[in-house]
Design a protein around this ligand. Structure first.
Ligand SMILES: NC(=O)c1ccc[n+]([C@@H]2O[C@H](COP(=O)([O-])OP(=O)(O)OC[C@H]3O[C@@H](n4cnc5c(N)ncnc54)[C@H](OP(=O)(O)O)[C@@H]3O)[C@@H](O)[C@H]2O)c1
Length: 345
């Protein structure tokens, strides 16, 4: 194996991506070296490039969604071996990022890919699923719902309604699937009409057009459930979806956001707003995400979690540049874009 690899690098803050060469790192204790077969794109990648957020050291390698083959196992790692097919959640650190040919991963946030899934489908899972996990079950960065995979009693949330705005987004799709696992009912979501079947396939029980106003949606939801809507997960979290979410949320309810809040919490109705943050490596998320990552192989093989639809980008790592532009323009619907780093020329 050569000691060098190809990587898509952002040379400076708010710069332009370029193809570059960097050395292949060695795994430390608790880590794996993974040869990346599939890397999925996320909105945060173009936001880092355009707004210069999150990343502090340049040149920077981006990308959080990793699927590939274990090349080397670090000290103390017992549950993975060379040749395993795995998916993993990367982080904002060059040796742990997806847009290159080899990366390190933390074994705690890595899972084996069952035979039923491809590298491409597996790469659609990590960031979207972690955002759903933390937003629903996180004590500090989420709604603090009881995790359904560790308790012995029936799901707490049975007959409790949940509204998930943006069910065809990656985050929305995994939130629907976990809401089903938690026993929420009804599971109400919004998307474009062309994605109605997609979101119902994830487990939404009721679909509404994303273009309805808050008032129209409130009226439609009152036909579906008498129960107060105490939990809204706004996977999109633009000011317009937040104001719809706020209109739907009952007294003492919780609104989970994926972006910064534009609604005001302090209005005497006991409602709270939580901006989630999906990084499993964050201290607040480590224990929760270690526990959910231990379930990922099983969830994928028994169909509890269905990966997103995907589209493969041409030209290896270079294809990511155009893919991020399309995402930024809102031209990607109900689909994850996936690159093949090994096909880089
Ligand atoms: N806080 C965190 O840690 C964290 C983690 C992950 C993501 N995020 C953020 O969460 C957001 C979603 O990320 P993602 O990866 O899930 O996005 P994505 O899959 O790229 O989102 C695309 C989808 O958004 C839907 N959409 C756009 N505007 C909508 C609206 N007004 N109402 C309903 N659906 C709408 C589209 O639905 P249709 O095509 O059906 O119309 C499309 O399918 C992004 O802003 C991202 O940066 C934050």
């Amino acid at each position: 194996m050569s000691s060098q690899q190809k990587a898509l690098v952002l040379p400076k803050k708010q710069g332009s991506f370029e193809l570059s060469s960097r050395s292949i790192p060695s795994p430390g204790a608790g880590q794996l070296l993974v040869k990346i077969q599939s890397a999925a794109l996320n909105p945060v990648d173009y936001k880092i490039k355009d707004a210069g957020i999150f990343v502090t050291q340049y040149p920077a390698v981006l990308g959080a969604d990793i699927a590939g083959i274990v090349e080397e196992v670090g000290e103390g790692v017992e549950n993975f071996g060379k040749g395993d097919r795995v998916l993993a959640h990367g982080k904002f650190s060059n040796d742990f990022a997806a847009f290159q040919q080899y990366t390190l991963t933390d074994a705690s946030f890595t899972a084996k890919i069952p035979a039923s899934e491809s590298f491409d489908s597996a790469a659609t899972v990590p960031l979207g699923l972690d955002t759903a996990v933390v937003g629903l079950y996180g004590d500090q960065l989420g709604a603090g719902i009881t995790r359904p995979w560790t308790k012995s009693t029936d799901a707490d949330e049975s007959k409790t309604p949940i509204v998930i705005l943006g069910g065809s987004s990656s985050v929305g799709s995994y939130t629907i699937q976990l809401a089903r696992l938690s026993g929420f009912y009804p599971i109400i979501t919004t998307a474009s009409p062309s994605n109605e079947e997609l979101v119902k396939g994830y487990g939404a029980t009721h679909f509404f057009d994303r273009n309805l106003s808050g008032k129209q949606l409130l009226a439609a939801i009152s036909e579906v459930t008498d129960g107060p809507v105490k939990l809204v997960y706004d996977a999109i979290s633009l000011p317009e979806t937040q104001s719809v979410a706020w209109e739907l949320l009952a007294d003492n309810g919780t609104l989970v956001l994926t972006l910064a809040a534009s609604v005001k919490e302090n209005e005497g109705r006991g409602r709270r707003v939580i901006q989630t943050f999906a990084g499993p490596h964050a201290a607040q998320n480590e224990e929760l995400c270690s526990s959910s990552w231990a379930m990922v192989e099983k969830w994928l093989s028994d169909g509890t979690i269905k990966p997103n639809n995907y589209e493969i980008l041409p030209n290896g790592l270079e294809g990511i540049i155009g893919g991020l532009e399309r995402m930024k323009l809102g031209q990607v619907s109900g689909t994850k874009l996936v690159a093949h780093p090994q096909e880089t020329q």
